[in-house]
Design a protein around this ligand. Structure first.
Ligand code: SAM
Length: 261
């Protein structure tokens, strides 16, 4: 289990579909503001990396209009929604498949790099895909403070395992913290760093993106002998109890520009 990469088991498909939907409702408004802050306008060529449900790609397609294009890629397209004709949806593994160089005005990746063992090489590929003067926008979590918050047992134990990435050692759950340094190393200009947290409640997108992830992770923790099935069930009931609140991850976004030649 420890070397398993990002992937959805057959019995987890519906949970993952709902989870990506919740993530989109909770996070798309900020993402749209970030992307607009680059001056995004009609005619731009954009690449949405690890597009998931495709809501950001669909929005970009409308934003850049018929003269612009969006390349919407993901290693797994089963959750991607239908989009306008100017959005090209392709199955693509960003770690190994070819990427065009100097082809995009804007490249965006949300909650993708932290999942990839090759994240430091991948961010360089995203950078090389930009035209001079193009913009890179990356969003990733910073899970350390999320993992450390005070929570009731047995959820606290489950939470620490899942949020620290203990069940997937290839993941960097704190890559958001490393993003500003990566942008500096790449030579980005006009760097902007934005972070936020929000209240997580059961039944609301801001909480359910995570509680659905727990539904997927708990059986794996039980299988690995890290928590008992009973504690797993109690933990889930606890976070789904009316009135339960907790703090979200810190979500860090970095916007930076490739210098013009
Ligand atoms: C947490 S989801 C985020 C989805 C979307 N970016 C969002 O924020 O709603 C991570 C996404 O990265 C994709 N992914 C994982 N490994 C990938 C790879 N090697 N190449 C391309 N996409 C990948 C997954 O399939 C999944 O859709």
């Amino acid at each position: 289990m420890a070397d398993e990469r990002y992937g959805v088991h057959d019995d987890e498909v519906e949970i993952e579909r709902r989870r990506l939907g919740m993530l989109a409702v909770a996070r798309d408004p900020r993402t749209r503001r970030l992307l607009d802050s680059t001056g995004l306008s009609s005619g731009w060529r954009c690449w949405e990396v690890g597009a998931g449900g495709g809501t950001v790609s669909a929005w970009l397609g409308r934003r850049v209009g018929p003269d612009g294009t969006v390349w919407s890629t993901d290693v797994d397209l089963q959750f991607h929604r239908p989009v306008l004709p100017n959005v090209v949806v392709e199955q693509h593994d960003v770690t190994s498949d070819p990427v065009p160089e100097a082809a995009f005005d804007l490249v965006h990746a949300r909650a993708v790099l932290q999942h990839l063992p090759e994240r430091d090489q991948v961010i360089e590929k995203l950078w090389d895909a930009l035209v001079p003067g193009g913009w890179l926008v990356a969003e990733d979590g910073a899970f350390a403070s999320f993992a450390e918050q005070t929570l009731p047992e047995p959820y606290a134990t489950v939470h620490r395992y899942v949020s620290s990435g203990a069940i997937s050692e290839w993941r960097d759950a704190d890559y958001g913290v490393r993003l500003p340094g990566r942008f500096r190393d790449l030579g980005a200009t006009d760097i902007d760093i934005i972070g936020d947290v929000w209240t997580m409640r059961p039944g609301e997108p801001g909480g359910e993106w995570w509680f659905l992830a727990l539904e997927r992770a708990i059986p794996r923790l039980v299988e690995a002998g890290l928590v008992t099935a009973e504690d797993g069930e109690t933990a889930l009931a606890l976070v789904r109890a009316p009135g339960f609140v907790m703090m979200s991850t810190v979500s860090i976004a970095v916007v930076g520009r490739k210098p013009s030649n």
